[in-house]
Design a protein around this ligand. Structure first.
Ligand code: GRF
Length: 187
């Protein structure tokens, strides 16, 4: 049995997708915990409802990012991979060095285009006809680590941000769990 820790900050629809695929442990992958940097984020309720242990870290309670990350490292049970699913923070060396090549992130655009928090909106505003979803290893940069998997999503002539975002999220919910499973099966 392999185990993962999911990191999330907000809605948690990708947490829910990972939970749907791995929650019963039948796949050989166990969700050991969910780490959140906002105690009142909707993802916290989703994790609790699913019976997944929640580690909440309020970065403002710590003197530095390194101190907050050290608290996360200390609180984490042993896991094979950290899965960032909507975790809205840039990781520092404390976490990166504790899990070398073991941290993956989900991004709602085809990297290296449109990194950052507003990848869907930036791609739409630019006018690209194809955007998509990327799963990549995390490094110290902003969405700059080695790409693991990508899937394109066409921008349709009648798309609004909302209709495009809905199709991108649907692809995310499939690509992230599949990629995590493939990586851990190869491990
Ligand atoms: C996703 O679009 C992910 O790509 C981005 O943040 C969003 C998180 O959504 N990094 P959710 O909280 O999983 O619903």
């Amino acid at each position: 049995m392999k185990s993962i820790a999911i990191f999330a900050s907000g809605t948690g629809s990708n947490f829910a997708a990972l939970q749907a695929k791995f929650g019963d442990d039948q796949s050989g992958i166990h969700i050991a915990c969910m780490v959140c940097d906002h105690a009142d984020a909707p993802v916290v309720g989703k994790a609790k409802a699913a019976g997944v242990p929640v580690i909440t870290i309020n970065y403002r309670d710590y003197p530095s990012k390194a101190a907050a990350e050290a608290a996360i490292v200390a609180a984490l049970p042993p896991v094979d991979m950290l899965v960032l699913a909507g975790f809205m923070r840039i990781l520092g060396p404390t976490l990166l060095d504790a899990y070398p090549q073991r941290i993956v992130n989900l991004h709602p655009a085809l990297l290296p285009s449109f990194p950052g928090r507003t990848g869907i909106e930036d791609a739409f505003a630019y006018g690209v006809r194809v955007t998509g979803v990327t799963v990549h290893y995390v490094d110290a940069g902003i969405d700059s680590g080695q790409i693991i998997a990508q899937e394109p999503v066409r921008v349709l002539v009648n798309d609004t941000i909302d209709t495009l975002a809905a199709r991108i999220h649907a692809v995310e919910h499939k690509l992230l769990p599949e990629t995590v499973q493939q990586l851990l099966e190869q491990d």
